[in-house]
Design a protein around this ligand. Structure first.
Ligand SMILES: [Zn+2]
Length: 111
């Protein structure tokens, strides 16, 4: 029987990424310079949403680089959509902590 890896240990094959204080500072700098959700702005119709997620365009798990050429700002709803697509999963919409639907196409989100 092999010893199970402790859940908080880093895998040997884990992609290199910025972590700790340097990662937190880069996230803050990125969101300051790129405060709006890119997918909402490029969508049809275009919307303006505050970005809160610094996302890797090409996920690190698929060989994406952990540098600024591979980063984009997303809102929570767009991040859920992209993450589900990246993982090949079907997205189940719910609502956020304020009760608004996370489905960007919901009638409640239309303006
Ligand atoms: Zn968005």
């Amino acid at each position: 029987m092999t010893a199970a890896r402790k859940p908080w240990t880093k895998r040997k094959d884990a992609p290199a990424r910025l972590s700790g204080r340097a990662g937190v500072e880069r996230r803050a700098r990125w969101l300051y310079a790129h405060p709006l959700c890119l997918h909402c702005m490029e969508g049809t119709p275009s919307r303006v949403s505050a970005g809160v997620i610094v996302d890797h365009v090409l996920p690190l798990s698929r060989g994406g680089a952990d540098d600024e050429s591979n980063l984009q700002t997303l809102c929570r709803a767009c991040d859920r959509i992209k993450t589900a697509a990246d993982l090949g999963q079907k997205l189940v919409y719910g609502c956020d902590e304020s009760g608004f639907s996370l489905d960007p196409n919901s009638a409640w989100c239309k303006r």
